[in-house]
Every structure is written in C-alpha cells, then in structure tokens.
Design a protein around this ligand. Structure first.
Ligand SMILES: CC(C)(COP(=O)(O)OP(=O)(O)OC[C@H]1O[C@@H](n2cnc3c(N)ncnc32)[C@H](O)[C@@H]1OP(=O)(O)O)[C@@H](O)C(=O)NCCC(=O)NCCS
Length: 171
C-alpha cells in the first residue's frame, strides 16, 4: 500500500462521543499550551518546550511526510480536549505507531482517551495497518493501564521505556 493511495486519515473521525479533527494551524495555540504544561510534558520522550512557530513548522513537515497524522480530540459539543497521533506509518509493512496522546486534566477519567484511541485503531485497521506500536514511560501507570485495556501487550521493557504492541483486528 502506498501513502498516496488513499486519504482516509485526512477526514474527521467521529464516534464513541468524540470527534478527531485533523490538526491544523487553527488549533496551534491549544496544542502548544496543552503540551507545554510541565505535568503533561514530563510524560513525553521529547520534553522540549514548544513555541507556536516550532509547532507550525513541525506540523507542516508531518503533513508533507504522508505517514504522520495528528488529530485534535474534541467532545461532541466541539470542545477541544486533547491530541492523538498515528505516525511512522510503514505502508508496505502495514505497521504504525500510536502516540502524542494527551487529554487536558479536567476531562480525564471519562474514557475520552480510550474512545479516541479506539477510533484511531479502527481507522488504522480499515486502512490495512495490522500492527501498532507505542512507547510509554514505565512510571506512567494510568497510560499503561489504558493501553492494556485497549489490547496492547508489552513487547519490550527497559528502565526508560516500555514498548507495547497491538495486532489490529484486520491482522
Ligand atoms: C494517559 C491519559 C491520556 C489518559 O486519558 P483519559 O482520558 O483520562 O483516559 P480514560 O478516561 O480513557 O481512562 C483513564 C481512567 O478513567 C477511567 N474511566 C474511563 N471511563 C470512565 C468513566 N466514564 N467514568 C469514570 N472513569 C472512567 C478508566 O477506567 C481509567 O481508570 P484507571 O486509569 O484508574 O484504570 C491522560 O491521563 C493524560 O493525558 N496523561 C498525560 C499525558 C500522557 O501521559 N500521555 C500518554 C503518553 S504515553
């Protein structure tokens, strides 16, 4: 499968009470503010503080790659509450990574991350992606519990990083 063959990741994805909107310039302020909070930043591999300009350049580069898709998670009333991504897509291997998952504090514990992840995983499976990997810090217990509930299993672990993998239903 080639990246130019379909555009199914460019659409808004709706379901389970939330909506995934392809990330663009109009939500840059929301993403940068959410991502820069120290309590959020600490869970990411890249912990650098983002400027709006850096984020916009990064987003343009991601779009140009054709295998790096980033969404804003909105509730059904249009409230933006988080982010999620599917990236490093290897179209020929049918493999990808799930990540950049972040839910703003007031909306945590309501199943939003679970729902958004399900939407991305289902869309990936329907695009022929059969293997999804992710990385998470060993101390990030709530994220690890979430990923296990989604059906990810631990593939590799060291002091810094746990790698988890899920074979999608189309596998
Ligand atoms: C990890 C993270 C994305 C989870 O987001 P979330 O929306 O709170 O996740 P969910 O609500 O789907 O699931 C989390 C908890 O809520 C519970 N929950 C789910 N639906 C619920 C509901 N309707 N009512 C109450 N609780 C609910 C789940 O059982 C789960 O509980 P547990 O963690 O005690 O097992 C969020 O905590 C976050 O943004 N953390 C900072 C960034 C981060 O760590 N990202 C991951 C990097 S790898």
């Amino acid at each position: 499968m080639e990246s130019g063959d379909f555009k199914i990741f460019d659409d808004t994805i709706t379901g389970f009470g939330c909506r995934l909107i392809p990330s663009d310039e109009s939500q840059a302020e929301f993403v940068v503010a959410l991502r820069n909070k120290p309590e959020n930043r600490r869970w990411f591999i890249n912990q650098s503080i983002l400027s709006q300009a850096t984020h916009l350049a990064w987003l343009a580069n991601a779009r140009a790659k054709g295998n790096d898709f980033n969404w804003i998670i909105e509730l059904s009333d249009g409230e933006p509450v988080g982010t999620i991504s599917l990236y490093n897509i290897d179209w020929s291997a049918g493999a990808a990574e799930l990540g950049r998952l972040l839910i703003a504090e007031p909306w945590r514990g309501r199943g939003v991350a679970f729902s958004a992840s399900r939407l991305v995983i289902d869309r990936a499976a329907s695009a022929g992606i059969t293997r999804i990997d992710l990385v998470v810090k060993p101390s990030n217990c709530s994220a690890i519990r979430l990923y296990k509930r989604l059906g990810f299993i631990v593939a590799d672990t060291d002091e810094e990083i746990i790698t988890m993998v899920k074979m999608t239903p189309s596998a």
